[in-house]
Design a protein. Sequence first.
Lengths: 579, 434
Amino acid sequence: MRRGAGLALMLSLMGAPVHGQAQPQQNSEMARGYDLERRSDFAGAEVVYRKILESRPADMAALVGLERVLTQLNRPADLSPALRQALAVDSTKGLIYGLAIRTFTTLGQPDSVRRIGEQWSRILPDDDAAYREWGMALVTLGDRQGARKAFLLGRDRLKQPDVMAAELAQLAITSLDYATGTREWLLALQRIPGYRATASATLASAPENARAEILRQIDQASGTAPLMLSVDLRSRWGDPLGALDRLKAALPAPDAAARDVLQQFLESNRNLATVPNLTARARALELLAQHSLTAQQAALRVAAARAFGAAGDQAAARRVLALAASSSGSPIEVAGAATALIELMVAADSVEAAASQLPRVRPSIPAEEYARLTRLVAEGWIRRGAFERADTVLANDSTVDGLALRGRLALYRGDLTGARTTLHDAGPFAGSRESATERTALLAVLQPIEQDSFPELGRAFLALARGDTASAISGLTTSSQLLGSKPGGPELLLLAGRLSLARGRPAEAEPLLKQVVAGSAPAAATAAGLELAQLYIAQHRQPDALAALEHLVLTYPQSPLVPQARRLMDVAKGVVPGT
Amino acid sequence: MKRREFVGRVAGALGAVGAAGAFLPGASGWSNGRAPWLLVPMDDGQADHLKAYGVAFRVLERGGRGEWFLNYRGGAFLLPGDAATAHDAALNGVNVEEIDQGRVDQIKAEIAGENMDAIPLEKAPKVAVYAPPNAAPWDDAVTMVLQYAGISFEKIWDAEVLGQGLSTHDWLHLHHEDFTGQYSKFYLNYAGAPWLADMVERNTSMARQLGYPHVPALKRAVADKIAGFVEKGGFLFAMCTATETLDLALASHNTDIAASYADGTPMASDASAHMDWSRALAFQNAKLELSPTTAAFSDIDGHQVNAPDRRQPLGAFTLFNFSAKIDPVATMLVQNHRDVIPDFYGLTTSFRRDRLKPSVSVLADETNAPWVKLIHGERGQGTWTYYGGHDPEDPQHQIGDPPTDLSLHPHSPGYRLILNNVLFPAAKKKELKT
């Protein structure tokens, strides 16, 4: 639709005098029609609109109003005479043709759509809306060949080889003609680069055997839009590293342009957390740093290192961080890079190297951040079993988090009294929510145990901190056996069972959990019953799950876990969707 | 129990209930005669309204009896206080109150003096759900709620309906089946979608297998058979598109109302004029939707969700308050702990008042709107109930939406209206004009 025509429709719908002449009478008639429509008196509104059309057959507001009410009255066919009359009076209004096409499409009359389309394009050959509306109507009616002819006729008459390209591209792709679809999209992108997202979304559906040819066609075209389309498609088809290679090969020379395309690449790849995607992201960030101002480089490199770290490439992460830490950016950004480097070093068990970096960052980071890093290093020493070195690092840490870590240190040494006291003093709120929850859960396991010293249990928890779950399970089971009938044993077995489940060893977890269910500790028994039922459901042993849950609900009706157990019963029965 | 039997027992039951409470727990020998009884409250004191219906249903399945206290505490149930019932309620998280005979007598006295009634529940109806064999439960509100409540049912489809499948059931449910045979008119707009291709293939092969020339002919035959089921005393409950299209299929024996993609010939342009509404259950004088691309069937539906120009916004519907002692059937069907319920869309969301036959009883409507939500009526010796909309707890319900998890909606008043219908055939009560 041409802009002038659209404006005229808007004004006429608003009841404004289109030709500069006041029309109070007409406006009040239209207002009456609207009012009747609002009151659902469609028959009354029809009379009003028809009366307006008697004196002005080509009045668009009245025609559109009549279309609305006839649709409500389920008589869309009755609009046809009014449209014929309107076109007889004024055959130069594209809007009337558009309305006619819409009406005949609703009525499922392809021949009438064709007739009106031909008439419209003959009388207004420069109106691209004629070919577009005509073609889209035929698409709706399932006549793809006819639609294609209408679009091509428009291209021919308007003498613009790229007009209707987006429509023809989509039409070709719905007919699985990807070669034509690609060619047309490239034309459309020349005209409007903003079509890229749609082009990428539609071409992405191409089958695997058509993709190489599509990429070949796109890569032959020049310009940023085809380049980014090629990059988008490679990413969508699971080759983000290939996409980045393509981008690097054609990276524009000016830094600003290079930054722009790299940022577009990062934006389109921000949600996928696969290893190739994270690696591509990391490399793109590294590249972006090279093309960015010095002040921004450190931050971009830290982001790149984090992405490398998330992709599991610690060596690349350290390399980029070292570069960031030695760069000449602002002190804050350099300190940020050094902090990230320490974190990565501890994660990679390079505790000595991490400890040596601590003095370097101390002057440039806040005291709280420094304390967090020292605890991180202390945790590294603890995992190594170097408890004295951890003591030394933590000596000056008076924070609540430091207290909590000292509590853990006491536990690993087998000093249960010290661990309970220190963890209790640290309270349930310090640190992150995860660490606070973990600490509280740990305290709940330790509290029922009456012994002051329990080295076997300390070793089990140390194994857990080191990530050696198998040894931790074995240690917890042994500790439970050592406790015998004394309090605390079922809680340790429950933890061992949960760890076995987390390791993906349900066969090992099942006897442990069953033992807890049969025991005399209600809280542990209900929690174990729930775990057991979940294990059975995962193994499609619904009757066993239901038996476990019924036992839980009927034996411990007051347990806070009963509502959860009932929901799990529904899941086991298949009466609610599983989550 | 067929409606004929239901009506036939009335005279004796009427005297017995009124005079001596022959159906009271303990009085007729159906319980062990010992207090306490279990009162299942259905007001805001109930923890899971939907599962409470299941507990009551299973009492009947086990051969026990109960009573439905209409308008008392949201439509409470009185069930025997045996171990099995208590166990069932505990497992399902249904709140029950143990009461003795003295308390039962007090409640009965209160019921006698108020707009309330006590309806004996004596036999679990045999429930059939009309659905394709591989239909997932998540797309049908009734299947979902029956499963959630633990009410047993059997799935039947065209072959069973056209055979003898209906004769062994008391209650039949239809959901979003399109009885005009046009695949809910999604054929053009969703062309290529795997679920649609599956639906088309399943239906066309069933038509071939049963000797019908096309799907619209098959579905019309199924619709006739279902109307016959009601005629002979069956209880029919339909939701969503099944309501409107069942009536359209019944009324269209003189004309072609199916688009060419369904039966090879275009819909008759004057089909509306040739509809025989005397054959329909609920509607009359409707105008058919002519466009094959608009997923709407006629102007029976007030909301027209799939017709952008006609689509109406959702409001809320109000349940009517009937006299429990004079209109027990209608009262049973609207038992609820809420009177006003948020509306929800379906391919058929509501029913225009001016398209209802005069004999139809309206059970719920939207105040000042030209449409109603829940209707009920009789045909021959049976009854039917139509409930507009697709899923009471998923108001918009788009194709591909995640399934509704009823454990998150245990108090759903919209779903209660479905379960009232399931339990309604279990009731034994005097026949009075609605």
